[in-house]
Design a protein around this ligand. Structure first.
Ligand code: AGP
Length: 596
């Protein structure tokens, strides 16, 4: 859940570390820190600060570290063990302050290791699990005198998950290690860089190598790869960094969320250019070469779960395959047999899914925006959503591309398995091809409407989102989006269910966002029951229908009213902005949830 970076460069290390940390801030923003050193320097210059990265940047500007400090490690934290405080911020150091460690992951046996180390005289200065690593490296270094060997001996004693970068005042190098936590490394000429995500390396290297579980990489004059036993490895195959610096910059937008909302038509068009040629002929599905199965279960969390619900409907309705969604953290393997598991995760790192998949024995297909992630490495087949970096914590473009990828797969499966007529699939493929234009129109229409409503809606303590059938995944997504960035309570309810309890919460002015879908009679009946009781109805409906957001297509595809998500995202963002919230970095949240 934290971001780690490291480098060994001829320029000041902070020139890489700080911008790289800023790109990884989506992974956590409670506190941040760096440790710097140089060849022949017998000390580490460590700076740590509580709060956003900007606080650390100010500290670095004030302390103005020596420009020859070209070796460094850095961290941006999302607290799990221990409060948000300077002593708990990374890098963590050994007793003598000569070894520094940044860590992402959880050390399950930290208490046990801490007790042993303390009884051996080690002095701890934080509450966090990660600090044990610094002391384990210190202990091993005292007997072997090699940083890479000391890290190897240290990780042998760990249980849990880790991506580590370790440096020391005495050895002019950085050692990286990983186990079930992401880490990539890249080099240009004589300079070496590492980070939790390739976004950290944009503009520095053309290719990265993704560490695999148990890899230990030494960044010295040369880069050397070894395994846990010390055997030499050839570097993992290179992966092209195909993101531009611009992809990770805010540009003309007020925040990343606004930028990412507006990118949806373009990223959807790009994805469809790649997937549509394999839909009507079934090749997209056939080329995955998955074994036969009788039913599908989607495993996902949060927005990805909502996208999975929209995709599952396509498999059910068009491919006639039983398909259901399961909250990954609630998963328990009960059924054996011929089940295909489709995991949906933008980050590819979500611990709840990683953990659920450990119980799965059958084939796994992954829909993700991170095709080199932990989940991708364990899947039998991967569909890359190719949305580019999504930096705002709230999923926007990754949600939309997940729905599109899921819909394309569902249609292609129907064609491949002969479950629907060729003409029906072609018709649906044509409707899918129109989605980017519809998203663009919905974006242009929704932005001013949401802006105009925001001031009034910001006063409301809570919101309902109501729909039916294929509209429900979007109602749920609208509620999630609004609650995560405005901190207002939000509930998504099928229209028919309101009268069974929730309607008692409706008061004068309670905003109810109605997404037209399913049976209009029932939906409009429910809306009018709520309006009668004082609800403020905000409808997302077709053009010419009198809806506040007239953005939906007249006839929706089996994936439901996807265009409506633009209205929902703009609404959430506009209310958050009106309330003065930071919609890119909402409180208590991080984008990549790598803890259970
Ligand atoms: C969405 O806005 C949230 N930030 C969150 O619900 C997210 O979708 C969830 O944590 C799942 O993440 P994943 O897609 O990376 O697995």
């Amino acid at each position: 859940m934290c971001g780690i970076v490291a480098c060994r460069t001829s320029a000041p290390a902070v020139e890489f570390l700080l911008p790289a940390l800023s790109r990884l801030e989506y992974r956590g923003y409670d506190s941040a820190g760096v440790a710097l050193t140089a060849r022949g320097r017998d000390a580490l210059h460590t700076m740590r600060a509580v709060g956003r990265l900007a606080v650390l940047e100010d500290m670095v500007a004030m302390e103005s570290p020596s420009p020859d400090l070209g070796i460094g490690i850095g961290h941006t934290r999302w607290a799990t063990h221990g409060a948000v405080s300077e002593p708990n911020a990374h890098p963590h150091r050994d007793c003598g302050g000569a070894i520094a460690v940044v860590h992402n992951g959880i050390i399950d046996n930290a208490d046990e290791l801490r007790a042993r180390l303390q009884s051996g005289g080690h002095r701890f200065s934080s509450e966090v699990d990660s600090e044990v690593i610094a002391h384990l490296v210190e202990e091993a270094y005292a007997s072997c005198g090699s940083l890479v060997e000391a890290v190897r001996r240290a990780v042998h004693q760990l249980r849990g998950t880790w991506a580590l970068a370790v440096t020391s005042a005495n050895s002019a190098e950085v050692v990286l290690a990983c186990y079930r936590s992401p880490l990539v490394v890249g080099s240009s000429e004589t300079e070496h860089f590492a980070g939790s995500d390739m976004i950290a390396m944009i503009g520095r290297v053309a290719h990265v190598h993704v560490l695999q579980d148990g890899d230990i990489v030494e960044l010295a004059d040369h880069v050397s790869w070894t395994d846990m036993k010390g055997n030499q490895l050839t570097p993992r195959s290179p992966v092209t960094v195909d993101w531009d610096a611009e992809d990770a910059e805010i540009g003309v937008y007020e925040d990343f969320m606004e930028k990412e909302i507006s990118e949806q038509p373009a990223v959807s068009a790009r994805l469809l250019d790649r997937l549509l040629p394999g839909v009507a002929n079934g090749l997209l599905w056939k080329n995955l070469a998955l074994p036969s199965f009788r039913s599908i279960r989607f495993l996902a969390c949060g927005s990805s779960l909502n996208a999975a619900a929209a995709a599952a409907r396509v498999f059910r309705d068009v491919a006639d395959i039983p398909a259901r969604t399961i909250i990954a953290s609630e998963f328990e393997e009960k059924v054996g047999g011929e089940v295909l598991t489709i995991a949906v995760s933008q980050s590819g790192e979500t611990a709840d899914i990683v953990s659920a998949l450990r119980q799965v024995h059958g084939p796994v297909l992954l829909i993700t925006n991170a095709p080199y992630s932990t989940l991708a490495r364990g899947a039998d087949a991967v569909i890359d959503c190719g949305s580019g970096p999504e930096i705002g914590v709230a999923a926007t473009k990754t949600f939309t591309t997940q729905v599109i990828a899921g819909a394309a797969l569902g249609l292609s499966a129907a064609a491949a398995l002969g479950r629907s007529s060729g003409s029906e699939i072609s018709q649906q493929a044509l409707a899918l091809a129109k989605v980017p234009d519809r998203l663009e129109a919905a974006h242009l229409t929704s932005f001013p409407v949401a802006h105009a409503l925001a001031g009034e809606l910001a006063q409301a303590p809570g919101f309902f989102f109501v729909s039916r059938g294929a509209g429900m995944p979007y109602a749920t997504e609208g509620a999630l989006k609004l609650k995560e960035i405005t901190y207002r309570w939000c509930d998504a309810i099928p229209a028919g269910e309101l009268k069974h309890g929730s309607i008692s919460l409706i008061e004068d002015g309670t905003p109810v966002v109605v997404i037209d879908s399913g049976s209009p009679v029932r939906l409009h009946g429910a809306a009018s029951e709520m309006a009668t009781r004082g609800a403020r109805i905000i409808r997302i409906g077709p053009e010419g229908s009198g809806a506040a957001f007239p953005v939906l297509a007249d006839v929706e595809g089996p994936w439901g009213p996807l265009e409506g998500v633009l209205a929902l995202q703009h609404l959430a963002r506009s209310v958050a902005v009106a309330l003065g919230r930071d919609c890119d970095k909402p409180r208590n949240l991080a984008k990549s949830v790598t803890v259970l």
